[in-house]
Structures are given as C-alpha cells and as structure tokens.
Design a protein around this ligand. Structure first.
Ligand code: ZN
Length: 166
C-alpha cells in the first residue's frame, strides 16, 4: 500500500454536512478507501475517522482506540444505554474540544470489509468514538453540541479553521 494521505476536510466544507450514502455492495474500492482512511487517521493521531471527513459521502468509518482497528460499513446504533460526557476533539475541527453527552454503552450493527454482518458491543471511550463517527455520517459535528457559552468560546477558533479551506 503506497503512503497516500487523504486530505482532511475541515469545518465549513459542505461535504461534512451532507448525509452520507449507504453502501449497497462492498467493493475492492471501498476496501482501499478504508485502508487509506486508517492511514490518514493514524497520521493525524486520531482515534476515529468517517469518510465525509476525507470528502467521500459514503457510510464508511474507521476506529482504533488502541485496541485494534475497526473498519465499518453502514454502521448503525441499534441499542443505547446509560450516559457519559467526554471532552471530544475532531480532526475536522482542529484546536477545538467540546464536552459531549452521549450513551455510555452502545450496540452497533455494521458490515465489515468482507460484507459480513457484525455486531459490536462498546462501552466508555469506544462507545463515544463510534457515536462521534456515526454522527459524521449524518452530517453532525461536535460543535452542534456546544452550549451558548462554548459557542462564544470557540467562535474565533472556528473562523481560523474556515480560513484553511482552499
Ligand atoms: Zn470527528
């Protein structure tokens, strides 16, 4: 696999707000995109990445919280339990962190890169990241969870991020 780095789309770019399309049939191209997404995530020192963040509006995510890489297609939360709030960052909103309240445990159903159906029971940080990445597939970003005060606090940062758009 060549060392190709995909370009990360940042806050203000339209693709981040679009609903990603479900994948009908997993192809070699999807597998290649997932591998490139994983490389890009590791290079950015992220723990999750969704396809819209690299400009691809399809339902693909990669997650690795240090316990192994997950490449998921059409991921869906089928069960939620409890609550937790964590400070979250996002490769598409550099320099910004927002406290986000999410389910403490989730059951996620998805396809893996062999098109097999998988079910993942996640808790804590892993559950948090899965929910964050699935949010991306619906065009949702951490800034949408910001309180009024937080919105004021990050306003200038967001303006700086937007300036990076070519
Ligand atoms: Zn993100």
């Amino acid at each position: 696999m060549p060392e190709i780095k995909l370009e990360i789309k940042v806050f203000g770019e339209a693709v981040l707000r679009k609903k990603a399309k479900p994948v009908n049939r997993v192809t070699a191209e999807h597998r290649q995109i997932l591998s490139l997404m994983a490389q890009t995530m590791y290079q950015g020192e992220g723990i999750g990445l969704a396809a819209p963040q690299v400009g691809i509006s399809e339902q693909l995510i990669v997650v690795d919280i240090g316990e192994g890489l997950y490449k998921l297609i059409n991921p869906k939360i089928v069960k939620r339990q409890g609550w937790q709030a964590m400070n979250e960052g996002c490769l598409s909103v550099p320099g910004v962190s927002i406290k986000v309240k999410r389910a403490k445990q989730v059951l996620v159903q998805a396809r893996d890169e062999n098109n097999d159906l998988v079910k993942i029971q996640a808790d804590g940080l892993f559950a948090c990241v899965l929910q964050h990445e699935i949010d991306h597939l619906r065009g949702k970003l951490i800034v949408d969870y910001a309180s009024l005060l937080e919105k004021l606090r990050i306003k200038r940062k967001l303006a700086e991020v937007k300036k990076r758009i070519k």
